[in-house]
Design a protein around this ligand. Structure first.
Ligand SMILES: Cc1cc2nc3c(=O)[nH]c(=O)nc-3n(C[C@H](O)[C@H](O)[C@H](O)COP(=O)(O)OP(=O)(O)OC[C@H]3O[C@@H](n4cnc5c(N)ncnc54)[C@H](O)[C@@H]3O)c2cc1C
Length: 511
């Protein structure tokens, strides 16, 4: 089935951040897409406001990072306050990334930058167009869409991706459902203009023995995102307001002068994930596949990384060159990442919302001392910035059991040029891997039987630096970096046919 090639565009349902990233990455790989959204205009709700280091590293090849940085502020730490006093600071700028910070910007700005990049590539969101049904067989997907009041259209597409958010109709149409917990904590959240004396280059968490936690995320200019857990027993009919936010923050010892609310809302947290990300020719990504607490800001980031994992595989499939194993690997690689994000954000939420005063007091003391240790600080920074995401358990990657393995993200450095090569993917070689031959200790280059889909970069500095990162300096060998920046293969100098075997796993038989 996967070897089928067709010229109709791939259909993306939903033009939130995840659908937009997917559309851009497919188009820059020369794959035509249609992207539809039922909203007549982009959302005005600022929703997810953080983009983490790993997402930025991956988005660099997509060509949107400069625009995003221009629209946001860089945040380099998390500060914890208890009873009005700062008790700890976790630096985020220690992570091994080309973008060692969290970028804070409203989702509306993120979507604007992404839509502009899509436009540069010749793409455009078809607005006011709603998916109302779909069916599929071995050869294609047939989708029914409604164009506002202008009737319906049947679209035949080789692949359909549901990036249509938490209430996904694509998910429903494929018989999938979110399996999880649906009675969570209630939160009050708002974006406001505010004056305060807290560091604008950090996030702030306010702990108190008498209240669950509250959070402050400084944004561009005077804008700030505020969160406060709503304690049990609060009037369920109370309307969200700037006044309520001010009260909630003050009760946790946080003092801000709040003006001009842009958006204030209350919401309940749900956790859930579908069992399958691929259903034949249909894929689910982003909130359509997983929802969880906004704690740690993992939701949109996980979704964008879903899109970047899927796009190069779909680009190969579009050309009739992807094996079923490669297409299934989208689920194999991304399902565990969201499962982990759900567990992590659930833990963060539970720590922040402990019910009893004694437990809260103990938590505050424990965090104060634990977070003095650089090792704990580094572990938390890596988790928040998604530096631990890897695909080591994936059935398509292969590698040594050294300190780096197939499935790890390659930590690029400017002189390595891998990002540059991945970025310059052109139409003809839209899905190429980057290959690096690491010299043996005597300087001789080992020889490898390399398939055409791997572009080799050379240069002593480059190859030695990669050799150091992946632990090949004693043997020499070969590293293949996938189009999404993850290592597909690490082979030692004696495994001359390893690249061929790797390629056979991902490419369609007979392609
Ligand atoms: C109130 C709120 C606050 C949030 N706050 C945070 C936060 O602070 N931090 C955080 O990390 N995350 C937050 N999130 C979650 C974050 O917004 C999502 O993780 C992120 O938007 C996921 O992106 P997505 O592209 O998967 O889905 P969405 O952004 O939901 O986009 C889905 C798109 O699909 C379209 N669509 C739906 N059905 C159809 C259809 N049948 N046909 C065509 N189009 C359709 C919708 O109009 C929408 O534009 C928040 C979400 C909400 C709702």
């Amino acid at each position: 089935m996967a070897a089928t090639s067709a010229s109709a565009p791939i259909l993306i349902v939903g033009a939130g951040p995840v659908g937009l990233v997917l559309a851009i990455d497919l188009m820059r790989r020369g794959v035509p897409v249609r992207i539809i959204d039922s909203l007549a205009a982009p959302t005005t709700e600022s929703r997810a406001i953080v983009i983490h280091a790993r997402t930025l590293d991956q988005l660099e090849a997509v060509g949107v990072v400069e625009g995003l940085i221009a629209a946001g502020v860089k945040t380099s730490g998390v500060q914890l306050h208890a009873d009005g006093k700062r008790i700890a600071r976790v630096p985020l700028d220690t992570v091994a990334s080309r973008h060692p910070f969290t970028l804070t910007t409203a989702q509306t700005e993120t979507e604007r930058v992404l839509a502009e990049r899509l436009g540069q590539l010749g793409g455009k969101v078809e607005r006011g167009v709603t998916l109302i049904g779909l069916e599929q067989d071995e050869a294609a997907v047939r989708a029914s869409v409604r164009h506002g009041d202008n009737g319906e259209e049947r679209i035949t597409t080789p692949w359909l991706i549901g990036t249509d958010g938490a209430h996904s109709g694509v998910r429903q149409a494929t018989g999938q459902k979110l399996e999880g917990t649906f009675q969570g904590e209630s939160f009050l959240m708002g974006d406001v203009d505010a004056d305060f004396d807290y560091d604008r280059g950090s996030f702030h968490i306010f702990l108190s023995p008498s209240q669950p936690a509250a959070l402050l995320f400084p944004m561009a200019g005077r804008r700030a995102r505020l969160f406060a857990d709503i304690p049990e027993g609060t009037d369920v009919d109370r309307k969200p307001s700037a006044e309520w936010l001010r009260e909630a923050l003050a009760a946790r010892g946080a003092h801000l002068k709040i003006e001009a609310p842009h958006w204030v809302t209350r919401f309940q947290i749900h956790h859930g994930q579908v069992l399958r990300y691929r259903i034949g020719r249909v894929f689910l990504a982003g909130d359509a596949a997983h929802v969880h607490s906004p704690a740690g800001g993992q939701g949109m980031n996980t979704g964008m990384q879903d899109a970047l994992n899927l796009s190069w595989k779909l680009a190969l499939a579009y050309r009739g060159r992807a094996s079923d194993v490669l297409l299934d690997s989208y689920h194999d690689e991304r399902h565990p990442v969201a499962a982990h994000a759900i567990t992590f954000t659930d833990k963060l939420t539970k720590v922040g919302t402990l019910g009893s005063g004694l437990l809260r007091e103990m938590r505050n003391q424990a965090m104060k001392y634990a977070l003095m240790l650089p090792v704990s600080q580094h572990a938390i920074a890596n988790e928040i910035e998604e530096q631990n995401v890897n695909y080591r358990a994936s059935p398509i990657v292969a590698g040594t059991d050294g300190h780096a393995q197939g499935g790890d993200f390659l930590r690029d450095v400017p002189e390595l040029a891998v990002t540059g090569v991945l970025q310059s993917a052109d139409v003809a070689e839209a899905v190429r891997h980057v290959g690096i031959v690491v010299p043996k200790p005597d300087g001789a280059l080992p020889s490898f039987d390399l398939p055409a889909g791997i572009e080799v970069v050379t240069g002593d500095d480059v190859t030695r630096e990669v050799g150091k990162q992946v632990g090949l300096t004693r043997t020499g060998g070969f590293v293949a970096v996938r189009p999404d920046g993850y290592i597909g293969l690490i082979a030692t100098a004696t495994e001359a046919d390893a690249a061929r075997r790797y390629w056979r796993r991902i490419e369609a038989a007979g392609a």
